[in-house]
Design a binder for this molecule. Structure first.
Ligand SMILES: C[S@@+](CC[C@H](N)C(=O)[O-])C[C@H]1O[C@@H](n2cnc3c(N)ncnc32)[C@H](O)[C@@H]1O
Length: 291
């Protein structure tokens, strides 16, 4: 396995024909990939990504041949995890169901979107639920995933001109890449029990809010609060002590700098964030890569 320093500046954005994320996910890491690649450990055994979201770094590492020793992807959002499993295990049915959604949208527009949004197929197959989530991700406002405390999905229709509801080649490429990947619905703390010395864990948690009004923590019903941020830091420390390599991302705020002041290396990066629930506050936001 070669070091990560292979053309970090291209960030892999042009890997044609290779698998890339099948979801837009708030906090998606595609634009900061070069910085993450530059901070990777030189070599590692298994890869763990416990806040997988859209999995941008996972797909990139796979494309670069870093994951031969195996990968475990997990997330606290059950619908998201079931969607990943549908891509892995039931891509034919998923594609079929997305075709049906594409036709429905063409015929019914926003009305179709809101009808699908309201009928959450939590009791259906992974493919049915996955098609529901991918459809909303492709057609909802900004590709946001946002739920209320009861788990209801509350993102408005996105009014895209020609959303690609069923990107079959992309789904099939992702499915092939996921064949031997372990996909789990778990709290991030579970990685503490399964990561072994020599493994590598990348944590991309819901970020510390920039200010009280910019809360964006509702990827799950429970949210992610200050106690979770501290528990994550403590877990990163414990893993380090056991010779598990760790890398984390977060906002560059005084709280985050304080949390990781001792025993970690902080590398500031600037990124243009496109996701903000109100739309103001877009622009360059400081982030940290923590190793
Ligand atoms: C910032 S996103 C990850 C973005 C992702 N790395 C990407 O490239 O698209 C954070 C993820 O953490 C998940 N999450 C929130 N709380 C969690 C918890 N307690 N344990 C595990 N995952 C959690 C959310 O469901 C969400 O998918």
């Amino acid at each position: 396995m070669e070091a990560a320093r292979i053309d970090p500046l291209t960030g892999g954005r042009t890997f044609r024909g290779r698998a890339i994320p099948f979801l837009k996910w708030a906090g998606g890491k595609r634009q900061v990939l070069p910085y993450l690649l530059a901070a990777l450990p030189r070599r590692f055994a298994r890869y763990h990504e416990p806040f997988v979201g859209g999995g941008a770094l996972f797909f990139e590492l796979h494309a670069r041949g870093f994951l031969d020793a195996g990968a475990v992807l997990s997330d606290g959002n059950l619908r998201l995890v079931r969607t990943w499993r549908a891509v892995r295990d039931a891509v034919d049915e998923l594609v079929e169901r997305l075709r049906v959604h594409a036709e429905g949208l063409e015929a019914g527009g926003a009305d179709y979107y809101y009808a699908v949004r309201a009928a959450i197929p939590d009791e259906g197959s992974d493919a049915e639920l996955g098609a529901w989530l991918i459809f909303l991700n492709r057609t909802g406002f900004n590709g946001l995933y946002r739920v209320n405390r009861k788990g209801g999905f509350n993102v408005p229709f996105g009014r895209y001109k020609n959303p690609v509801v069923c990107d079959e080649p992309r789904l099939r490429a992702a499915s092939a890449v996921l064949r031997d990947v372990d996909i789990r619905h778990e709290d991030f703390r579970a990685v503490g029990e399964r990561a072994e010395p020599g493994d590598f864990v990348y944590f991309d948690p819901p970020y510390v809010p920039l200010n009280a009004t910019s809360f964006f923590t509702s990827y799950t019903e429970k949210g992610f609060g200050p106690d979770d941020q501290v528990a994550l830091r403590d877990l990163a420390r414990a893993l380090k002590r056991r010779k598990v390599r760790v890398m984390l991302s977060n906002h560059d705020t005084p709280e985050v700098r304080k949390l990781y002041a001792r025993g970690f290396k902080l590398t500031p990066i600037r990124v243009g964030r496109a996701i903000n629930s109100v739309g103001s506050g877009r622009g360059k936001v400081g982030e940290l890569v923590i190793t």
